[in-house]
Ligand binder design. Structure first.
Ligand code: DAH
Length: 355
């Protein structure tokens, strides 16, 4: 630093005036700050000159002090005025940049659309809840016992074979029924919840059990290895097939409109006796679609009631199961299962209208 600084009135005046000139041309607060450091900071001619006053002969000090006071005041005034001007300009610019044009069209972020399947399943649940039934949900990884044995599937029933059922490796279960050593499977049907619900909830029992099921099918236009069913089970005293038919017709109306109806065709399932195929009729947009296969149903087989420790002489029950994908395909005249599983939002969007 200039310890040998000498007081040079002309030089400091020139320096300060140069600074004031720069201040007047400055156009941003950063620029202004840099000018201040250069012309009024510790190293500046102005500061150095002020310091040098001390070493002046006494008779020159007053004069020098006066000059420095004036220079500092001139510099300060110029600086202050410019600072205000720049601040006002910067505020103006910020306001202009933040202006929102309310007349511009909205740039909407694309929204997703809920898949129609979970919505359908909620509708189905609402139907059962409106009748006072309970909603139950069994596990997707299930014991072979609940999925087959408890439902009266014989040990050699073809559905157990590997081509239909996903077996879960190396898992031996001990389940609520105390059945030890059952293999684990990915449940092939929501009927697997029947005996589980009977054992855990007791009777009288009125449950719907919607959920995912798994079979070793290839994905094609009508099959998918992961799909959804809703099982319904009622066990009470004095239930008959007329009760079953009544619930089925009501469900058909809830799902397919006021004219929808159901028809039963004799069939076979291990867990119901008698058993029936459930057919559905509803008027499509062209005015009548004919009978379509919708699910399976029947009166609960006494062996199933026995699996749950119930006396079939006292209790009777009915059960049915419908495929949820199938319900959607029928209801909306969709021809290809791929549409349901591929997750293209354009597919789901079609169902959002009219919600
Ligand atoms: N679990 C059967 C299936 O996956 C559907 C079914 C048929 C359920 C008859 C029932 C029934 O409750 O009584 O194909």
């Amino acid at each position: 630093m200039a310890q040998s600084a000498v007081f040079d009135a002309q030089a400091v005046t020139a320096a300060v005036n140069e600074g004031i000139g720069k201040i007047e041309k400055a156009s941003s607060s950063e620029e202004l700050k840099a000018i201040k450091t250069q012309y009024a900071g510790a190293e500046s001619a102005m500061t150095q000159a002020s310091k040098a006053i001390g070493s002046l002969p006494a008779d020159q000090k007053k004069e020098a002090g006066k000059l420095m006071g004036k220079l500092r005041a001139d510099f300060g005034r110029a600086f202050g005025a410019k600072q205000q001007q720049i601040k006002a300009e910067e505020e103006q610019r910020a306001l202009a940049a933040e202006t929102v044009d309310m007349t511009l069209p909205i740039r909407r972020k694309p929204l997703g659309a809920r898949h129609p399947l979970p919505r359908l399943m909620e509708d189905v649940e609402d139907f059962f809840i409106s009748m006072g039934w309970q909603i139950s949900a069994g596990p997707e990884v299930e014991t072979e016992w609940y999925d087959f044995d408890a439902l009266n599937f014989g040990p050699d029933h073809p559905a157990r074979q590997m081509q239909d059922t996903f077996y879960v490796k190396g898992n031996q279960a001990k389940d609520a029924a105390g059945f030890v050593g059952s293999n684990m499977v990915l449940r092939t049907q929501t009927s697997s919840d029947q005996v589980r619900a009977l054992l855990t909830r007791g009777v009288p029992l009125y449950i719907a059990s919607p959920g995912r099921v798994f079979r070793t099918d290839e994905l094609d236009a009508t099959h998918t290895p992961v799909f959804h069913q809703c099982e319904a089970l009622a066990v009470d005293k004095h239930l008959t097939m007329a009760d079953l038919k009544g619930v089925l017709d009501k469900l058909a109306v809830a799902m397919f409109g006021p004219e929808a109806k159901t028809r039963l065709r004799p069939s076979y399932f291990p867990f119901t006796e008698p058993s029936a195929e459930l057919d559905l009729w509803f008027p499509d947009k062209k005015g009548g679609a004919g009978w379509l296969e919708w699910g399976g149903c029947g009166m609960v087989n006494p062996n199933v009631l026995k699996s749950a420790g119930l006396d079939p002489e006292v209790y009777t029950g009915f059960a049915f199961g419908v495929g949820m994908e199938r319900t959607l395909l029928l209801r909306h005249d969709i021809n290809d299962m791929h549409d349901l599983v591929e997750g293209d939002v354009r597919f789901s969007e079609q169902f959002v209208m009219g919600e």
